[in-house]
Design a protein around this ligand. Structure first.
Ligand SMILES: Cc1cc2nc3c(=O)[nH]c(=O)nc-3n(C[C@H](O)[C@H](O)[C@H](O)COP(=O)(O)OP(=O)(O)OC[C@H]3O[C@@H](n4cnc5c(N)ncnc54)[C@H](O)[C@@H]3O)c2cc1C
Length: 453
């Protein structure tokens, strides 16, 4: 294999590392690792030409390539696979253009989400998709996973903000998809296809994103309820009042206890569940008043938070995943259900945790019906406890699907959720996806064993 890597080292200016600590650090993301596989090498291109050369080398040698942004994915999409190289896009991190009047920006894939927002804010603009990992994840990774976030309740997911892409295909060919306009319906929507393809169809090397106006007014309402199900009912009550919040997040008591212990907050003392709502735009205060009224009627203890406290609460929500990385004993889920089923699904989750005697905490992008239940057991409960944990995970997925939901609302299938994909998608649909994969990547070298079954 050394000879093969020599060919890779011939790529002008490309950093190629085989240092053990680099291979260990880049060999996995933040998803559960079922079997750690060390990559052959980690390559860190800085130019599109280098990415093309790497892919030409990979296709001529038949070497698998795992693309990687910041490695914050939680489904194992960036885990190394056997005999692969990891292609990190982190050094391609320039913002190439900001076109204020067109409300768009052109970026390289390694730009950190928060850095783009900081760059466009002085122009009165924002890049709306804001995963809770926005300070550490890359736009390229966000595109590859079609990431969601807090503001998606109003502004949509990543795909809704991607106008055009530059993509290097498996054989090194560079293509451009999409357009520099908000509208455009010429041909099949390849931009939409590559967005969310988890690195299995091509390497995203350039992204044209749509920007939105940064709202001048923002109001944050915190509503504490005695129990989680009533807080979830608040989501529907706000919808029935025809208010469209920018952010609508739900935190259960276990999540608040965990935040209080790690962040020094006092959330649990204020109630048993928190519904955090942010309205924005010139009507923000009017909408917030409506939200307060509706949630008070529902029995909530409701307050409008001043700016400092509002920022703190939203930041706490972004931290709710905690610093722990998932493993076989602790798995964070990403199911979504139709919003009308939210209260019922939460009741089912609470029952599952009791039935299978596993611990549970839940945080939800409730405006989208997207839930992140985390199930866990203590390590000393293995091996029998692992069966209970997996039974709870399987049941949470099956119940979400039976309600018309999905196995993954925003994190992607990656490696970890592959076992559930055939439960959601029929044999014919899976077959068509395999054919699309074969068209772009006939030798199967792009992120094998991920995203499609
Ligand atoms: C604390 C925390 C909070 C999070 N909150 C959210 C959230 O609110 N919403 C959400 O959706 N996710 C969330 N995530 C998950 C994760 O941050 C997102 O999936 C994010 O989009 C991954 O970006 P990344 O740069 O880290 O990509 P990586 O993890 O490096 O890669 C993700 C996938 O994209 C592929 N990929 C990466 N870059 C490219 C590229 N340029 N071309 C082709 N394929 C590529 C990889 O192969 C992999 O399959 C969170 C994670 C953490 C740790």
């Amino acid at each position: 294999m050394t000879d093969v890597l020599n060919g890779l080292r011939d790529v002008a200016g490309l950093e190629v590392s085989t240092e053990p600590d680099v291979l260990a650090a880049y060999g996995r993301d933040q998803g559960p690792v079922l079997e750690f596989i060390e990559p052959l090498a980690v390559v860190l291109p800085t130019t599109v030409d280098q990415v093309q050369d790497v892919m030409r080398w990979a296709s001529s040698t038949g070497t698998a390539v795992v693309p990687r942004g910041a490695g914050t994915g939680v489904s194992g999409g960036a885990h190394a696979t056997r005999n692969c190289i990891v292609l990190s896009l982190e050094r391609m991190n320039r913002i190439l253009d900001i076109r204020v009047e067109d409300e768009l920006a052109v970026v390289e894939p390694g730009v950190i989400n928060a850095d783009l927002n900081a760059a466009v804010a002085p122009h009165g603009l924002m890049y709306a998709p804001d995963p809770a990992s926005y300070r550490i994840s890359t736009i390229g990774g966000n595109v590859a996973t079609n990431a969601g976030g807090l503001r998606c309740a109003k502004y949509g997911v990543t795909r809704d903000s991607v106008l055009a892409l530059d993509v290097v295909l498996a054989d090194g060919t560079l293509i451009h998809t999409g357009h520099g306009t908000f509208k455009g319906v010429a041909g099949y929507d390849l931009t939409g296809l590559f967005t969310g393809s988890e690195g299995t169809l091509g390497i995203v090397v350039g992204i044209t994103v749509r920007l939105r106006y940064l709202p001048r007014e923002v109001c944050t309402v915190a509503a504490f309820f005695p129990d989680f199900q009533t807080a979830a009912a608040g989501v529907l009550a706000v919808g029935a009042a025809r208010v469209q919040p920018a952010i609508m997040e739900l935190l259960d008591s276990e999540t608040m206890i965990s935040l209080d212990s790690t962040q020094g907050s006092d959330l649990r003392a204020r109630g048993g569940a928190l519904l955090l709502i942010q309205t924005d735009g010139f009507a923000a205060e009017t909408e917030a008043a409506m939200v307060r009224s509706v949630l008070t009627d529902l029995g909530g203890t409701v307050s409008t938070e001043d700016t400092e406290e509002a920022v703190r609460l939203v930041e706490l929500r972004r931290h709710s995943r905690g610093d722990e990385v998932d493993d076989e004993f602790r798995v964070g889920e990403d199911v979504a259900v139709p919003r009308s089923k939210l209260v019922h699904y939460i009741a089912e989750l609470e029952q599952m945790a009791k039935t299978h005697r596993v611990k549970l905490k839940v945080v939800a992008h409730a405006g989208d019906g997207n839930l992140h239940p985390t199930f866990w057991i203590n390590t000393n409960e293995a091996p029998e406890g692992l069966d209970r944990l997996n039974a709870a995970l399987d049941e949470s997925v099956n119940v979400a699907l039976a309600m018309g939901g999905t196995i993954t609302g925003e994190h992607g299938v990656g490696q970890y959720k592959l076992r559930w994909l055939p439960l959601e998608q029929g044999a014919q649909v899976l077959e068509y996806q395999r054919r699309i994969k074969e068209l772009f990547d006939p030798a199967g070298i792009l992120n094998p064993g991920k995203a499609i079954a």
